[in-house]
Structures are given as structure tokens and as C-alpha cells.
Design a binder for this molecule. Structure first.
Ligand code: ASP
Ligand code: MG
Length: 463
């Protein structure tokens, strides 16, 4: 059994969805379970409708969902010709549209779109797209069964960033999939959305359909989790910044985690966790170029050479440095700092210390008034904004005698605000000025990837 997940750009219109159906058919022999994202931009539109309703602008909210439904109806129109199937889907879409209209009305009256309501809005994207894919498979003679995540994807109630309850998911999903497969039907379900044990819709965070696929793969002990996207695999850098970026053929779980955690968009950072637990290989494939071999992420990568494989970046970083009011002892001060970070659930990318002072690299969006006021309570807080974090991910980095020197040579003239080497065996973090991020990434890419090194590791992308 394998899990195949298709992202929003892979489903963006009728042409894309019939391509998805073809790819699924080609893998029929491996017993796929299919996980579908909303069509491209749908989740953004649903969020936008929710916000407009919250502002009392029901006309705008309705306009957005009308546009969204037009796109879904256009897909239906182009792909589904069987009369009964067509009218069943039309009916489903109309009901969904009416539900969303009521939701808009309700939100506009109370003028509040809570995280729970946002999840209710957003769930429609995946519900509709997965219906369309399941119906398209049937239309072309491939048996499929639509599964509602409401029946199995149990999560906690942290709306907009819910976490799965693995035991319950396993218990509920296994029999559903078994029954479908015994009847030779391909199960088709939704990424991103879940349900609390009380039956309320949740989502696991933006872009989390990859994570859904990996959860499903882990509970079903799949032999492979396939993430179908719109690039050939994990690349050596963001191709928007480095047009000559190459595809990386293989990565370890840890490297793939670092690449996504530190900014690459190709995978949701949580994706690796369930896969690691069950040691299930993850393949990243391009739905526009299905013949490409993609990138394979495994737990058994055996490479001994020191090398950089990919460069990620994140903008919108700040450096917060805190010097204690009183020199009460280093560990007591650090304890205070980390207690405050825990209190507000603040993820910190990098920590530096000098003497007793502590410096933290975190996303600017987390620098709330409460956090600044608490930190200022224990020390002098100095914030340096407009920074970017660049992360080089690779193999046997810590044992390399040349990589740090190469980095500083490549970045000569671009000020480095913070640098971390040795904390992780597979990554190096560098904080630079935000405006020099692109230039720094290009220079680093030139330094590490310009020479055509080892075609066993990298490969040109299909373009
Ligand atoms: N549709 C959701 C989003 O756009 C989830 C996903 O695509 O992974 O965030
Ligand atoms: Mg994605």
C-alpha cells in the first residue's frame, strides 16, 4: 500500500485533475490511498471570505465564494459527464455553497471569525476538491471511494493548528481502507482537515496536507508516502532566487526536516515525524513531470562525504538580545528567559550567548507586546529587526574542514549577524540582513553548487 498526496497546483483546474487521475491509475497496482489538497488558492479565498464576513462585508465574502464555486463548477463541467454522478456532485456543491453562505451570514452578525470558525470555512476547499478527484476516477472507469476525514482524522481542539490523535486515527481508518480496498476501490480523502472527538472540524495548519499524508501513511504502515507537487523534488535552493537550482536525488529524514523547517516550501515541516516513527520512505514527485524520479527521503541514507545539499531561507526574522538587569548568575537568567519563551510558545531558531547576555533569532510575528514586556522585566531588551535566516543543510557537515571557510568567503562584504556551526550534524544557520538574503543565497549556491558535483547526488530540473 502507498499513500499519494496531491497539492493545490496539481489540482488547480480540470486539466490538472485529469492528469492527477491518470497518475493515480498508473499506480493502481500498489494499492494507493489518495490524499487531496484544495485546488490552488482555494484556502486563501476561504480565509478571505471569513475575514470579509468578520468585517461585516458580506457582499465581498459572497463574491469570493461565488468565484470559488465557479472554478469548481467549471471542473465538474469539463470532467464529469455521467448524468447521475454529475447531479449528485452538483447537489453536493450547492449544499456546500449554501452552508458557506449561512456561515458568512452568521460571522457577519457576530462580527467574529474565531479559529474554530476559520477551520469550518477552510474545510470546504479539501472537501470539494477530493470529491472532484474521486468522481473523475470513477468517470474514467477506476473504482474509487470518497472518505470523509470526519470519520477518522481525529485531532485535538487547537483550531487552525490541531494535532492528530494517532491511536484513534489508526483504529478508525484501518477498517475503512480495508473495506474499500477489498472492493477494489481506491480511497480518496482530504489533506489538512481533521475533526475533534466531539465532531467539530479542525485543520492542522496551512500547507499541512503533506502532514496528513504522512499521518495516514504511518497508521496504515504504507510502504511509501508520495508527495506530488509542482517541482521535480527538493531542490538545492528556491528556484525563484536561484534559477539554476538542481534537484537533490536523496535526503535523510533529518535533512528533509531541516530543509522544510528552515524555510523551503516544498514540504510541511511536520511531514517527516510520522514517517520517521514508522521508517517509511517519502518520495517527492512532480505531477507535471511524472516520469521524473523525484527526491527520495529515507532513514537509511549511507553517504560519508561532507557536502552541502540544499540552502533554505526565511525572512521576517528578528534578533532579540537580553542583558540582565542584575548579574544574578548565568543559569538563573537563562532559566528566566526560557520560561518566558515557554509561556508564550515561542519557537526560537538560533540562540547565541556572550558572557551572560543572550541573543535569540525568532520570527518577527512572535514578538508580541506581552513577550517584549516580560523580557524587558528581566533585562535590557534590544531588538534588531529586518533579518533573514539562511540554513545550509547537508551531510557530515561538522566533520568538514572547509565548509565554514567557504561560507565566509562566499559572503564576503555581506554582514553576518549570527552564525551557528556544530549544533546540528546536518545544518548550519546564518543570520544576515533581510535585504541581502537573496544575494547571499545566490552567492552560497555558486560556492557550493556551481561545479557539477556528483550526478549521483544532484540532477538538473526539467524546467
Ligand atoms: N489547502 C491547505 C492550504 O492551502 C493545505 C495544503 O494545501 O497543504 O494551506
Ligand atoms: Mg504544500
Amino acid at each position: 500500500m502507498i499513500v499519494m498526496k496531491f497539492g493545490g497546483t496539481s489540482n488547480k483546474d480540470a486539466h490538472a485533475i485529469s492528469n492527477v487521475a491518470e497518475i493515480i491509475r498508473a499506480h493502481r497496482g500498489r494499492n494507493p490511498v489518495v490524499v487531496i489538497s484544495a485546488i490552488a488558492q482555494a484556502t486563501n479565498m476561504l480565509e478571505r471570505a471569513g475575514r470579509a464576513a468578520e468585517n461585516g462585508d458580506t457582499a465581498e465574502a459572497r463574491k469570493v465564494i461565488e468565484e470559488l464555486f465557479e472554478r469548481h463548477f467549471a471542473i465538474l463541467d469539463a470532467l464529469i459527464h455521467d448524468k447521475a454522478r454529475r447531479s449528485e456532485l452538483e447537489c453536493y456543491m450547492k449544499t456546500s455553497f449554501d452552508e458557506l453562505s449561512s456561515l458568512i451570514q452568521g460571522v457577519a452578525i457576530v462580527r467574529e471569525c474565531t479559529p474554530r470558525t476559520t477551520d469550518a470555512f477552510c474545510s470546504y476547499g479539501e472537501l470539494l476538491s477530493s470529491r472532484l478527484v474521486a468522481a473523475t476516477l470513477l468517470e474514467t472507469g477506476t473504482g474509487s471511494q470518497w472518505l470523509d476525514t470526519r470519520d477518522f482524522m481525529v485531532t485535538d481542539d487547537h483550531y487552525t493548528s490541531a494535532l492528530p490523535v494517532m491511536d484513534q486515527i489508526r483504529e478508525r481508518l484501518e477498517p475503512l481502507v480495508r473495506r474499500a480496498q477489498e472492493s477494489h476501490l481506491i480511497p480518496v480523502t482530504q489533506g489538512f482537515i481533521g475533526v475533534t472527538s466531539a465532531g467539530i472540524r479542525t485543520t492542522m495548519g496551512r500547507e499541512s496536507s503533506d502532514y496528513s499524508a504522512s499521518i495516514i501513511g504511518a497508521v496504515l504502515k504504507a510502504e511509501e508516502i508520495q508527495i506530488w507537487t509542482d517541482v521535480d523534488g527538493v531542490l538545492t535552493a528556491d528556484p525563484g532566487v536561484v534559477p539554476g537550482a538542481k534537484k537533490v536525488r536523496e535526503l535523510s529524514f533529518g535533512q528533509a526536516f531541516d530543509i522544510s523547517y528552515f524555510g523551503a516550501k516544498v514540504l510541511h515541516p511536520h511531514t517527516m515525524l510520522p514517517a520517521i516513527e514508522q521508517n517509511i520512505p517519502v518520495r517527492i514527485y512532480n505531477s507535471r513531470n511524472p516520469r521524473s524520479t523525484g527526491t527520495l527521503v529515507t532513514g537509511s541514507l549511507d553517504q560519508k562525504r561532507s557536502m552541502i545539499k540544499s540552502i533554505s531561507y526565511k525572512k521576517g526574522i528578528v534578533l532579540a538580545s537580553i542583558t540582565p538587569h542584575r548579574r544574578s548568575g548565568q543559569y538563573m537568567f537563562w532559566d528566566q528567559v526560557f520560561n518566558i519563551l515557554t509561556k508564550y510558545n515561542i519557537p526560537v531558531y538560533l540562540v547565541g550567548t556572550s558572557d551572560i547576555k543572550i541573543i535569540l533569532a525568532l520570527e518577527a510575528k512572535y514578538l508580541s507586546e506581552n513577550l517584549t514586556s516580560d523580557l524587558s522585566g528581566i533585562g535590557n531588551l534590544h531588538v534588531c529587526g529586518e533579518r533573514g535566516l539562511i540554513t545550509l543543510v547537508g551531510e557530515a557537515i561538522a566533520s568538514s574542514g572547509t565548509i565554514p571557510a567557504q561560507i565566509f568567503r562566499a559572503l564576503e562584504g555581506n554582514p553576518v549577524s549570527l552564525f551557528s556551526f556544530g549544533a546540528s550534524p546536518s545544518s548550519i544557520n546564518i543570520v544576515v540582513e533581510e535585504r541581502s538574503v537573496e544575494n547571499s543565497v545566490r552567492r552560497l549556491h555558486d560556492e557550493f553548487f556551481a561545479a557539477d558535483r556528483g550526478s549521483d547526488v544532484f540532477e538538473a530540473v526539467s524546467g
